[in-house]
Design a binder for this molecule. Structure first.
Ligand code: FA5
Length: 354
């Protein structure tokens, strides 16, 4: 990994020195830092690294990524300054009474936490996938072992569209079938485990309060391979949470029912706003439902084209549906979920970061 990063660093430095204006700098950013860029490709290389070296390799990649971001930022500042100097030299009007510190835009806290999670899961060999917001009934429910008129549909008060069979995705699990189909071939033919996370916006006709919105984000994750068990699930959940919060957080696992997992669990996190004492953010319970999860039901694997019965292809897997918006509340100490969609810049612009 050291060798690969060394070569990529040389290439990056050479590309950076050739970037003379904002357009070429933007193509360099896309080339290295976008989802399909060289840094994402590098993350994918992690799946080839032997298990005991994965952690170190992941850290090397993350530190290289920070280096690329910081080099990009300095170059951007340099080009802006150069362009301003040119304007001054050319005698263009330049208003030196303008405040020098212009307000800088900021990323939304959900974008920040989503990107952080994507990095964490990529470093553990997961692919990051995108999925539609408008889906059909089959993908949102039937492919998840929830046939028409099943009572579990009542748990998600869904917005149906007038066009036939379409609806606003009520949970990210709606992408499970497509992801299983996309990666199933490589699982069967090359033995490559399916490991994917897919964040997305979800919609439900909710009674809104401090911890419920009608539009919120989840991040779904699945892993399918031979001999996947609940221990694998717990390992990934614990690693993810300790990295996101940078400290031990208190969680509890209790049985939960979802027709697409068996067994199913509710993973709750102790409320970090009131430290478990009870407040409006956690509906006075001291706990927040954060990440339901479980072992993927064999019917769901079958609908996704994965063989669960015949040897040698007998696969099992886990799935989780992380409440990304609630995770952002806990991480940034945001007491009311309504802040996220409020457009209230004084609350949201605290999160100035890349
Ligand atoms: C689901 O949506 C399942 N699809 C999750 C799942 C995936 C279970 C894979 C098993 C395996 P649930 O309705 O509980 O489950 O929502 C999951 C998480 O999304 C909740 O724990 C919560 O953190 C978040 N969430 C749900 N509804 C809302 C809402 N109205 N506002 C904000 N966050 C919400």
């Amino acid at each position: 990994m050291n060798e690969i990063i060394k070569k990529l660093r040389e290439q990056f430095e050479s590309n950076l020195s050739e970037a003379k204006d904002m357009d070429s700098l933007e193509s360099l950013r896309l080339d290295y830092l976008s989802k399909k860029g060289k840094l994402s490709d590098l993350m994918k290389e992690l799946s080839k690294v032997p298990g005991d070296q994965k952690k170190e390799a992941g850290m090397l990649i993350n530190s290289f990524k920070q280096e690329v971001i910081s080099r990009y930022d300095s170059k951007k500042a340099q080009i802006i300054k150069f362009q301003e100097d040119l304007l001054i030299e050319a005698g263009e009007s330049y208003d030196d009474s303008m405040p020098t510190e212009r307000p800088i835009g900021s990323y939304h806290p959900i974008t920040l936490v989503q990107r952080e999670l994507e990095d964490i899961f990529e470093s553990m060999g997961f692919d990051v996938e995108d999925y539609d917001e408008i889906v059909d009934d089959y993908h949102c429910f039937e492919a998840l072992n929830i046939p028409k008129y099943h009572p579990a549909r009542d748990m998600q008060d869904t917005y149906y569209l007038t066009s036939k069979n379409q609806l606003l995705k009520s949970h990210t699990s709606a992408a499970q079938n497509a992801i299983l189909r996309k990666y199933g071939k490589a699982l069967k033919e090359e033995g490559r485990p399916i490991r994917a996370v897919f964040p997305g916006r979800c919609f439900r006709n909710e009674a809104i309060d401090a911890c419920h919105e009608n539009t919120f984000f989840q991040m779904e994750g699945i892993m399918v391979d031979k001999d996947i068990s609940i221990s694998n699930l717990i390992y990934f959940m614990k690693t993810m949470l300790s990295q996101v919060f940078g400290k031990e957080v208190t969680v509890r696992l209790r049985p939960g029912f979802f027709p697409f997992v068996e067994p199913g669990f509710e993973l709750d996190i102790q409320c970090l706003i009131c430290e478990g004492k009870g407040c409006s953010s956690c509906k006075d319970s001291g706990w927040l439902e954060l990440c339901p999860c479980g072992m993927i039901h064999p019917n769901v694997l079958k609908y996704g084209g994965i063989n669960t019965e015949e040897e040698p292809y007998k696969y099992t897997g886990f799935a989780f549906g992380l409440g990304l918006t609630r995770l952002a509340m806990m991480k940034y100490g945001i007491k009311d979920i309504r802040t996220f969609n409020s457009g209230d810049l004084s609350s949201l612009s605290e999160f100035i970061s890349r």
